[in-house]
Ligand binder design. Sequence first.
Ligand code: GAL
Length: 709
Amino acid sequence: MDSATAPAATTRAADAAVLDKLYHGGDYNPEQWADVPGIFEQDLRLMKLARLSAATVGVFSWASLEPEEGRYTFDWLDRVIDGLSRNGQRIVLATPSGAKPNWLALKYEEVRRVDAQGRREPQQGRHNFCWTSPVYRQKVRAINAKLAERYGRHEALLMWHLSNEYGNGGGGTAYCYCPLCFGAFREWLRQRYGTVEKMNAAFWSKFWSHTYASFHEVTHIDPSVHGLDLAWKRFMTDRVISMMADEAAPLREVSPGVPITTNFMGTFPPFDYWRLVESLDVASWDAYPSWHGDAGDLGPAVTTAFTHDIYRSFKGGKPWVLMESTPSQTNWQRVSRLKRPGMHRLASLQAVAHGADGVMYFQFRQSRGSSEKFHGAVVAHSGHENTRVFRDVAQVGADLEKLAPLAGATTSADVAILYDWQNNWGINQAQLVRNADKDYLATCVAHYRTFWNRGIPVDVIDSLRDFSRYKLLVAPMLYMIRPGVAERLEAFVAGGGTLLTTYLSGLVDEEDLAFLGGFPGPASMRKVLGIWVEETDALDERQRISVLPASPANPLRLPDVTRARHFCDIVHLEGAEALAAYGDDFYAGSPAVTVNKHGRGRAYYVASRNDDAFLEAMTKALVTELKIERALPVSTPGGAAGGAGEALPAGVTVQKRVRGDRVFWFAMNFNAEAKLLALASEGYRDALADREVKETIELPPFGVVVLSR
Ligand code: GAL
C-alpha cells in the first residue's frame, strides 16, 4: 500500500557518490552489425576518439542472447564486453526484457500484453509484455541469472540497467488488461480494502449502480468509477515494482555492490515514479527536449530543468544519470531540428548542473534499418568521425573529464515544489468545472520557472517526501491530500516554514472522495490557510477576471492588475488576510490572494490562475522576504549584488554543485544571442577553459561557463 502517513525515507546526500567520475557513453548495439567485418574494431577506435567512458549494451539483445528457448549464446557479448573493457569503457549492462524474442512470444501467448479493449498484442514493437505472466517473469529471471553469472563480477561492469523504459508505448498502453493481470488486481483489491463493502465505499460505487457484489465482478476498468481507476494505477505501479524486484533478484545475488538503475521517461504519467525509484540505487532518465521549435528554447529549457530536478530529488539529492539523449536529432518528434552550435554542450552540461553524474546517448552507431535508421547517433551512416555531431560529442567528453572532481557533488535547496504523480492522476481523471487546460504539470513548471529565472536551486518532491527542511514549499493545485499530508503541512508552517498553494487544492482524499465540511480539506489544511473556498468559477477561453492588490501598501508588490484565467476560487477569510482581491464580476472585492500566519510560519493561497508577471512578483517577494539565495551571486540591472529577488537576464540561469570544499557553478544561456553576467565578486576560475575570469563573463549563444573557486 502506498498510503504512508510518514514521509518516505530519502537517501542522505552525504553518501551521495555512486559513480567515481562523470561518465560519458551511450547505447551500443553491436549485434546489429555482427555480420559486418571490422566494424567492432572501428567502433572501439571511434569510442576512444569521442571520449566515451561507458557503453550501454544488451538493451534489446534477447534474440541474440537466447536464439532458441534455453540455448544461450554469450560468446559475442563476451567479445564485446572484453573489447570495450580493454578499450577503456565501463559497461552499463541491460537486462533484455524490453523486447521479447519471437520464439517466446509465439509459444507462450500469455506474455503478450492485452489492451483495454481485450486485444492481445500480436508480437511487434517493444515494451509490451504482460506485467503478470509467470512465464515471462520466469524467462526474464532465467536470462538475468545467466547474465549475472557471466558478467556480474566483471571488473568493467559499472551498472545494471533493468529492461528499457518500462511501459513506453507498448501497443498503445502502458498497462496490461489480461485475465492474469485482473486476477492479481482482484487480489490486490482484497488486500487493500479487506471487504467488498469497504471497496464499494471507497469507490462510491452506488453512483450509476456500479456496486460490486464480490471482487470477482471487477473484470474491467470503468473510467467513470474514479476510485477504481486510481486503484488500477496504484496496482499497476506495484506490478512494475514487483517486475523490477524479479529482474533485480539474480543481479543483486551475484553483484550486490553494483548499482541498479532503469531508464525512466521524464514525468511519464502511467506509473508513480516516486514509488518505482525506491527500488533503484540510481535514478536515470531519457531526455529528448524539442529544441529550436516555433516556441523557442526557454520552454524546453525550463521543463527539462524541472524534470532534471525531479531526478536529483528522487534519491534525496544523490547524483543521477542522463541515460539517453540524442547527440543530434531524434526522428520521432513532430519536427526534429538540428541542434544549433553550442546546444549539444549546453544541454549535456545542463544535466550535470542539475546533478547528473553521467551523460549518455541513444545511440552510438546509427542503425541501418527499421524505425530508427534516421535517428541521430554519435556515428552516422557516413561512418567516420569527421562530422559536426561527432566533434560536439568529443567536446562534451573532454568537458566531463575536466569536471571529474565534481562526481558525487550535490546541491542544497531552500525551496521545494511539490510534483505528485498520484495528484496528477486524480486531477486528470476528475471531471472538473473546467476540463480544458487542467495543466497540473505546466502549472508546477510555471512556478518553477520563476526560480529558474533567478538561478535559485529548487528540489522537486512529492507530497509524501519530507519537506520540513525547506524555507519555502510551493504546492500548486494540490488536489489530492493523502493521509498525513495536511498534518505535515500544518507542522511545517507552525515550525516556521512558508507554504504557497493555489486553487484546486485540498479537494479529495487519497480515494478521490471529496472532503466534506468545506474546502480546502482536511480541517488542518483549512486551519493553516485560514480560509474557506465556497465556490470555484471556471472561465471560458477568452474570459479574464482582474486581480488587484487589496491595499495600497501591497506588501507583495503585486502588479497593479493581473488578468486571471481558467479558474477563480471564491474565498472567505477565516483568519487569513487578503493581499489581493478580484476586480470583476459578482465576486468583485472577494479575496484572490491570502496569507495566514500560523505558528512561526505563513501560508499563502493564490485563488486564481494568474499570469507569469504575477508569479514573478510573488516569487520575488517571497525570495526577498525569506532571504533565499541564488546559486551564484551576480549583479542584476534592477538589484543590489546578490539580491536573489531580481531575475537574471531572460533565458539565463545559474546552478551549483558542491562537494566538500569544492564548488562548481554553471552559468547557462539558452538564447541564440550572447549574454553578459556580472559576478558579484572576483576570484572565480573558468573550469573548462582553465583560466581566471573577470567580473563580467560573456555567455556565448547557447553557451555554458562552468566556474570554480
Ligand atoms: C528511447 C528508447 C531508445 C530509443 C530512443 C530514440 O525512448 O529508450 O531505445 O528508441 O528513445 O529516441
